[in-house]
Design a protein around this ligand. Structure first.
Ligand SMILES: [Fe+2]
Length: 298
């Protein structure tokens, strides 16, 4: 199971795509006609046909977060989701790469899509391109319940719990998603995997050239041990340059909040940056979830 892409709806997809290609460092993939005008797709250097899709809408919302999996994994998911009673629907992807599978709405409204037979593309060179998405994190009213639900129904595994988050993996990467203990459900942030720490630092420089400073970072996290720099994108959401997230074994010992404490005044390993708590929280509240499909039998 791999995290592949996020599909966002927002008022000005062209402006968002321009920022992501000209400043953040993505490559344009395709443009396709959609129900609400063009859908703009952006890719990284890796084999996924796109990582981010933008579609026009009056409101900002997350259409879906997409994972790709094998036919066997999809069959197993289908059985467990059908038994769970969650809103779900079979789906055929019209996005680049195609594929077919399931759309599912988690108990707090988070919408995930699982595809199999989704095509990959030849990687492209570009040292400032993200390789892929490394995690998409959601805010939750009850992060513990969300973590338990995706373990039970989706077969994901909780890797760590901290005071703020429940980190969840779907592969050997420490986390591909997480649920933040926010008190409400929304998109928390989208993290792009950069080739190495230099690529993260060059990214910070590139944004600084455009008068954008990190809302948090650079730093190195506790759980997952990844290097990070978070920004509030001009088009709304929190986006992150990240690299070197820890790979974990099958029998990784699940950490508890007391395993992840910091000395006074610290919230990461390096302690070299401030965090704009208020600005981040405002940005994290903007993109909610909206189901624009009918639930039906799987
Ligand atoms: Fe992150």
């Amino acid at each position: 199971m791999k995290l592949r892409s996020i599909e966002l709806a927002l008022p000005d997809p062209a402006a968002a795509a321009t920022f992501m290609t000209e400043i953040w460092g993505m490559a344009p993939a395709e443009t396709k006609a959609g129900a609400n005008g063009d859908r703009l797709y952006l890719r990284g250097s890796g084999p996924f046909p796109y990582l981010v899709a933008f579609e026009k809408s009056e409101d900002e919302f997350v259409r879906s977060t997409t994972f790709v999996c094998t036919a066997e994994e999809l069959e197993a998911l289908k059985a467990r989701i059908a038994a769970s009673g969650w809103a779900a629907s079979p789906t055929v992807s019209k996005d680049p790469g195609g594929g077919h599978g399931l759309l599912v709405e988690l108990p707090e409204g988070t919408i995930l899509r699982f595809l199999t037979d989704a095509a990959e593309v030849a990687p492209i060179a570009g040292r400032d391109l993200p390789v892929k998405l490394t995690h998409v994190v959601f805010n939750a009213a009850d992060a513990e319940a969300c973590g338990a639900a995706v373990e039970d129904v989706l077969g994901f595994r909780v890797s760590d719990r901290t005071k703020g988050m429940v980190f969840v993996r779907c592969s050997d990467s420490h986390h591909s998603t997480a649920f933040a203990r926010a008190g409400f459900a929304s998109l928390n942030h989208v993290a792009f995997e950069m080739e190495d720490m230099d690529a993260v630092m060059r990214g910070i420089g590139r944004l600084r050239d455009h008068a954008l400073v990190p809302a948090w970072g650079p730093g190195r996290h506790g759980p997952g041990a990844n290097v990070y720099a978070y920004f509030i994108a001009p088009f709304g959401p929190v986006i992150e340059f990240s690299t070197a997230v820890e790979k974990v074994p099958e029998d990784y010992k699940v950490g508890a909040p007391d395993d992840w404490t910091w000395p006074a005044g610290r919230i990461d390993h390096w302690g070299m940056s401030d965090k704009d708590f208020e600005g981040l929280r405002r940005a994290e509240e903007r993109f909610r979830f909206r189901r624009d499909w009918e639930a039906g039998p799987l």
